[in-house]
Design a protein around this ligand. Structure first.
Ligand code: A3P
Length: 290
């Protein structure tokens, strides 16, 4: 992977770049033909928005606080990405309901079964400046991605959507404008940072689960950054170093809101704000970071 070119590392699927190594054609075909159930739960995110965090929180809500699934099954098998190569191997058709999946797909990339069945979606969003920051470090350590280059270079690619899973702006606009909004819970990384217990309650309510205050507390406690970081089933330490070099940057890196302030120059902040303003000018949705 180290010596591969951009053309070898990424392929275009429904107009969006996907990392070929993780999403070979047979996986994309599997995903296209996948049949949803109405009680499926889909964690949907643009990469680096807190997917792994949700892969911890949601199974614990489903298990009503039993830690077994999160302590014994790696996050990528516990809540598999439907578009990832591993999904084919996991016999998802036989899994008991409610099945929990993850996807980085844009709304328009979802398959026919999704639009027919309308499973439940948790759409997690994060301040794009922090998504950029988290991505910048991640692209520097993950060998299946094109190297980020300088911060300025990576910013232009990010703003232009020339990275894995394309444009953050298109991703968010597609999902907030979805017609099936009543089956989607919109949630912010920043609200989970501000009030994890409240977020657990909110997600549980959407999923039709009533948890006791003790169980809610237990889940939130297990899922705070410093605790979750210790879970080898969720901190990606099981991934070989040649694939993700966590000596360069850890996967569970800082886990805070506003880290962009430590990275952006004033010029970069202005550049980012100007593009954000232009691309989001018709959006009325209220984001937590605005
Ligand atoms: P940072 O790089 O800013 O630390 P994803 O799982 O979508 O790839 O997102 C990864 C980001 O979510 C990383 O952000 C990671 O640290 C953060 N994250 C994961 N678990 C978290 C937790 N329990 N609390 C806060 N942030 C978490």
């Amino acid at each position: 992977l180290q010596n591969m070119t951009e053309a070898e590392l990424y392929s275009l699927y429904k107009g969006v770049y996907v990392p070929t190594h993780l999403h070979p054609p047979e996986s994309l075909r599997y995903c296209e033909e996948f049949t949803f159930r109405p009680d499926d739960i889909l964690i949907t995110t643009y990469p680096k928005s807190g997917t792994t965090w949700m892969q911890e929180v949601v199974p614990l809500i489903v298990s009503e606080g039993d830690l077994t699934p999160v302590l014994t099954v790696p996050n990528w098998d516990r809540v598999p990405w439907l578009e990832e190569h591993r999904a084919i191997l996991l016999n998802l058709e036989q899994r008991a309901s409610p099945r929990v999946f993850a996807t980085h797909f844009h709304h328009h990339m979802m398959n026919e079964s999704y639009f027919k069945i309308k499973p439940r979606v948790l759409y997690l969003m994060r301040n794009p400046k922090d998504v950029f920051t988290s991505s910048y470090y991640y692209y520097g350590m993950a060998s299946y991605l094109v190297k980020p280059g300088t911060q300025d270079e990576f910013m232009e690619k990010f703003l232009d959507g020339k990275i894995m899973f394309g444009s953050w702006f298109d991703h968010v606009k597609g999902w907030i404008n979805a017609e099936e909004r009543e089956s989607i819970l919109y949630i912010f990384y920043e609200e989970m940072i501000a009030d994890l217990k409240g977020s657990v309650e909110k997600i549980a309510k959407f999923l039709g689960k009533s948890l006791s205050p003790d169980v809610t507390e237990k889940i939130a406690e297990h899922c705070v950054f410093k605790n979750m970081k210790q879970n080898i089933m969720s901190n990606f330490s099981l991934v070989p170093e040649e694939y993700m070099d966590q000596k360069k940057s850890e996967f569970l890196r800082k886990g805070i809101a506003g880290d962009w302030k430590n990275l952006f120059t004033e010029a970069q902040e202005q550049r980012f704000d100007a593009v954000y303003k232009e691309k989001m000018k018709d959006v009325t949705f209220k984001f937590m970071w605005d």
